[in-house]
Design a protein around this ligand. Structure first.
Ligand code: CTP
Ligand code: MG
Length: 166
């Protein structure tokens, strides 16, 4: 799951600049996505996710960690880009609900990346997810994700990268 988990914190560190929606508004006169979704954040986030994935592939080849899920360039790319596409979709609906950038939206804020990554996987590499994401694994992911999300965001807040601790 590292290729899916890494893009969000990397986007928070390296994000900024031109927003993906170019500042445009939706028909409800609210921002399409908001200033929290930028091209730079997306690009570096996805790149970092793919990078850690390639490292994982390399390590498992070197040391024969065959009991770990077998990643490919396709699977790590889908996890990384799916995570941040899920994040973008969430922000779209968050704005439609009238929530401002950075406002809290429990459940959606935590699981957007998992939903995005798994939906992209199901569409373009279904055999990977059906092979490796078994029910016990899914349960662990569903428990671990909000815990990691909370810990990493609090850390980001404490070191001044995130404006809010969630
Ligand atoms: N970020 C970015 N580009 C992205 C995703 C994130 O630049 N595609 C950066 C932004 O600086 C953002 C920070 O990472 O503020 C934290 O991301 P997130 O919590 O997803 O954004 P929020 O600011 O909370 O905005 P939203 O309410 O839309 O989730
Ligand atoms: Mg947020």
């Amino acid at each position: 799951m590292l290729p899916a988990y890494l893009p969000n914190p990397v986007a928070a560190v390296f994000g900024g600049g031109t927003p993906i929606d170019f500042g445009k508004k939706f028909s409800d006169r609210r921002r399409l996505l908001g200033d929290g979704k930028t091209y730079r954040g997306f690009f570096f986030g996805v790149l970092a996710g793919i990078g850690i994935g390639i490292l994982q592939i390399w390590l498992s080849d070197m040391y024969g960690l065959l009991n770990l899920p077998h990643h490919t360039l396709l699977s790590v790319t889908l996890l990384a880009s799916g995570a941040l596409l899920g994040d973008i979709c969430k922000s779209f609906f968050k704005r439609r609900l009238g929530k401002e950038r950075g406002e809290r939206w429990v459940i959606a804020d935590q699981y957007d990346l998992v939903a995005g990554a798994f939906i992209l996987m199901l569409l373009f590499d279904p055999s990977w997810i059906l092979t490796y994401v078994t029910l016990p694994t899914l349960i662990i992911i569903l428990i671990l994700t909000p815990v990691l999300h909370r810990v990493v965001n609090m850390f980001g807040y404490l070191i001044g990268i995130k404006e809010v601790p969630w």
